[in-house]
Design a protein around this ligand. Structure first.
Ligand code: AMP
Length: 437
């Protein structure tokens, strides 16, 4: 039997409705903040991710699924390396949403000089070649936003406020979430800070893991979230980003906090929060659910240099992404759910084959009126049609027997009270609507 790939899931039934509900909540809330939806391709040139996310990140080095066509695959096998490939032949599944959206913004010039910022949101599958475990999948779903062209600290604060409101509307108790924030500095102050951290790691080389020693050279800040507990203990004494901000970054960060305070959003400052991707500048943030043990359920930050890295004009940006599967797990741990009730329907029961045409017309009329309608297509007995209607969660059954059809009426049976009334067939849709609300 064919099986799905480990770390991937089929979304159906209640779980599918949960994903749709999350998108509905996003559409309404993000819409109120002026965001429009975008969908970028699931495959992009490898360079799109390398430029943005960074050559040295785990996401690019180890977790990105590379894509080759069958023909190209043969060539690669024969050549033994991808060296001869053109940039456009080097493709990957998107491991995150920001790089693709920024690539699209550059390609379509979403933020021309002097124009208003572009505000975009997406709901898409992401792909990462990770070792599957609870809350860590190879194909997972994110809702995310990107706000391009807004340098003001108010944009950072509004993004975070909107994110926290999103969790609330999804059913989270805000008291059971932890929002951590930090500022990572910018092109003016980060290089010197990075150098300090590199020197610190090298000073403690005998206490750090191999990975961290490698990180010291390619991206020392990432040692703050090394998976090795001992490395993190050592890093607790490392120089902190917030002590090394230039005046502009310090002022920006202070302003973000001031806005969050004014909006009454609770946060903790975590000067070791660096986030995994290279493109972040200044504000970064992450949200953790305190119950459920699934780790971060969302995060984001400012990426003022990313548009340039993707070949565009200097344009500031800020955004976040929220993982659907982890939200579902974390919410369940709080006793909540993203699932919406199964939709109710109306079932049109057919007493015998002579009434089949009447059932056909009645079913069409009900659907035309926007009523979710089911009928029998297997020639079952009336009794088993009622059973079927119950299974489908029908609130009402429309029964069409020979007497009814002859008299131009239909019997409406309330599936809960078993009460029955007769209504003219011409009035069927109106009567049903009135009864099911
Ligand atoms: P990141 O871009 O890694 O910060 O991811 C943003 C959010 O996506 C995280 O906070 C998680 O909720 C979710 N996420 C990231 N990686 C995975 C994964 N492998 N499986 C499921 N959810 C994930």
């Amino acid at each position: 039997m064919a099986q799905r790939i480990q770390g991937t899931e089929d979304l159906f039934g209640g779980y599918m409705r949960a994903w749709q509900h999350m998108q509905d909540v996003a559409r309404e809330l993000f819409g109120a903040y002026g965001f429009d939806m975008i969908e970028t391709p699931a495959i992009e040139q490898v360079d799109t991710f390398v430029h943005g996310i960074g050559e040295s990140t785990d996401v690019v080095r180890k977790e990105m699924f590379r894509v080759v066509s069958g023909a190209l695959f043969q060539n690669l096998l024969e050549a033994g390396s991808e060296q001869g490939l053109k940039a456009k032949q080097r493709m990957a599944m998107r491991p995150e949403g920001t790089a693709g959206v920024v690539r699209a913004a550059v390609e379509h010039n979403f933020v021309p000089q002097g124009a208003a910022p572009a505000k975009l949101w997406y709901a898409e599958a992401m792909f990462r070649g990770e070792r599957p475990q609870k809350g860590r999948l190879r194909q997972f779903h994110q809702v995310g936003v990107e706000w391009l062209g807004a340098p003001d600290a108010a944009a950072d604060a509004e993004c975070i406020i909107m994110l926290m409101e999103f969790y609330k509307r999804l059913g989270f108790d805000p008291a059971k979430l932890r929002l951590s924030i930090n500022s990572m500095g910018d092109a003016a102050c980060r290089p010197a800070y990075r150098e300090k951290v590199r020197a610190f790691i090298l000073d403690h080389a005998d206490e750090m893991c191999e990975d961290c020693l490698e990180r010291a050279e390619i991206n020392p800040l990432r040692s703050f979230d090394c998976k090795n507990d001992h490395c993190r203990e050592v890093m607790a004494a490392a120089p902190l980003a917030t002590d090394n901000l230039c005046d502009e970054c310090a002022e920006h960060y202070a302003k973000v906090k001031q806005y969050l305070d004014a909006a009454g959003v609770a946060y903790v400052e975590d000067p070791t929060l660096v986030r995994g991707l290279d493109y972040y500048t200044r504000t970064v943030f992450e949200v953790e659910a305190l119950e459920g043990g699934v780790g971060a359920i969302g995060g984001g930050g400012r990426f003022d240099g990313l548009m340039e890295l993707e070949g565009g004009k200097p344009t500031p940006g800020i955004g976040f992404a929220v993982g659907f599967e982890r939200i579902a797990l974390a919410l369940a741990a709080q006793g909540g759910t993203l699932e919406t009730p199964e939709p109710t329907c109306v079932y049109v029961a057919c007493a015998g084959s002579e009434q089949r045409d009447a059932v056909f017309s009645a079913t069409l009329a009900l659907r035309e009126a926007g009523i979710r309608t089911e009928a029998d297509y297997q020639g079952r007995s009336l009794k088993s049609q009622f059973k079927q209607a119950d299974k489908l969660g029908a609130r009402l059954c429309v029964v069409l027997g020979s007497d009814e059809v002859a008299a131009g009426v239909a019997t409406l049976r309330d599936m809960e009270t078993h009460e029955q009334v007769q209504v003219p067939i011409a009035e069927l849709a109106r009567e049903v609507s009135a009864r099911i609300g």
